[in-house]
Design a protein around this ligand. Structure first.
Ligand code: ACO
Length: 326
């Protein structure tokens, strides 16, 4: 086991709600289609003066407040995001800028929706090596800024938000029982924002062709998501010597209810163990797992001593799975 204690969690969800009916006035879609195909009812969208680092800073402040500490007490800050504030510096540094922090190592993990679980793997390593004793781990996204609001195939799926967790080595009774992570760069093109970076620099042409927005082959992503997430959970459970029935709370990445259901069915985890925030927030990418963990703790669904199974999948393609005793 990798000893680790989640001493606190926090979240920040922007105020503005956009319902499926609101979207049906913008593109050719309907509440019925979106609910039936995705399970999403509504999503929250950041205000004009908010961006990824600001959402992340608010979530981290919330987690720090609950742990009775200040962000300056952290030894390292990791931000998982696929919607960075800018090409550089990192969103983690912009987050520090927002909080007026100086001196704490801060960096991003870009692994799409798997960003929080990739960050957890990194944080566990930092704690194990002694490089840090207290890590602030954030998943934050402003998906609304990279979604094409004229494309009904993608704009109905995403939302904005941030979640955070503060992790310490703990006393050895809690931690990551087993975990795995992976990626397949040969599938990078099936879910990407093609332009705006060094590969395809911004130009009038890229703007005209709308290549600064999310492009996705939805059905291929769906198939890979189910395969990768179910395999990662099964592998982590097997490595931990547990079965699906041992899981108290299961939090898969929340992209689509059908993906979540199909994943769970392949893991043997009972249906009543799944915790979801998807219907209210949509796919908030790297923020979905930490926001769900936070809400599960707040609602008393996730309790000390529980076995928590996590899995995620995202652009890259990337995936990760972890089984923890919390
Ligand atoms: N409203 C109404 N109709 C729509 C909409 C919409 N919002 N979107 C697509 N349609 C239409 C299509 O145009 C198509 O019409 P056609 O048959 O006339 O061509 C029809 O609905 C069926 O389209 P499909 O793409 O086959 O629908 P599907 O059942 O596959 O659902 C969906 C689409 C929801 C996108 C699904 O493929 C999916 O969830 N894929 C995974 C997406 C995902 O999770 N992405 C995020 C990954 S995580 C990350 O890292 C960001």
């Amino acid at each position: 086991m990798k000893p680790l204690k989640i001493i606190s969690t926090g979240a920040y969800i922007p105020e503005r709600v956009v319902t499926n009916d609101d979207l049906s006035k913008m593109v050719d879609t309907s509440d019925a289609w979106i609910r039936e195909r995705t399970g999403i009812r509504e999503r929250h969208i950041a205000a004009d003066d908010e961006c990824t680092s600001i959402l992340g800073a608010k979530a981290l402040e919330d987690a720090c407040r609950r742990a009775d500490m200040a962000p300056g007490d952290l030894d390292a800050i990791i931000v998982g995001t696929s919607t960075p504030d800018a090409i550089f510096p990192s969103t983690a540094c912009w987050l520090e800028h927002t909080l007026g922090l100086s001196g704490t190592p801060a960096f991003d993990v870009m692994a799409g929706c798997s960003g929080f679980l990739y960050g957890l793997e990194v944080a566990a390593g930092l704690l194990a090596s002694g490089a840090a004793r207290r890590v602030g781990l954030v998943g934050a996204e402003c998906m609304s800024r990279v979604v094409d609001w004229t494309d009904r195939r993608t704009c109905v799926l995403f939302g904005d938000g941030a979640g955070a967790a503060i992790v310490e080595p703990g006393d050895g009774s809690t931690g990551v029982l087993a975990s795995n992570w992976g990626s397949d760069g040969t599938l990078a093109e099936i879910l990407c924002v093609p332009a705006g970076g060094a590969r395809e620099p911004a130009s009038e042409k890229t703007l005209e062709d709308r290549r600064h927005f999310v492009q996705m082959e939805g059905s291929r992503v769906f198939i890979h998501a189910v395969k990768a997430m179910s395999r990662s959970v099964r592998d982590a459970l097997e490595a931990a010597g547990l079965s699906g029935a041992d899981v108290d709370v299961f939090i898969p990445h929340q992209a689509n209810l059908r993906i979540m259901d199909a994943t769970r069915e392949r893991t043997g985890i009972p249906a009543d163990r799944v915790f979801s925030v998807l219907d209210r927030y949509g796919n908030i990418s790297a923020a979905s797992v930490p926001v769900a963990i936070h809400e599960a703790r707040e609602q008393g669904v996730l309790k000390d001593g529980d076995i928590l199974a996590l899995t995620a999948f995202g652009t890259g393609l990337t995936w990760a799975g972890a089984v923890l005793r919390v």
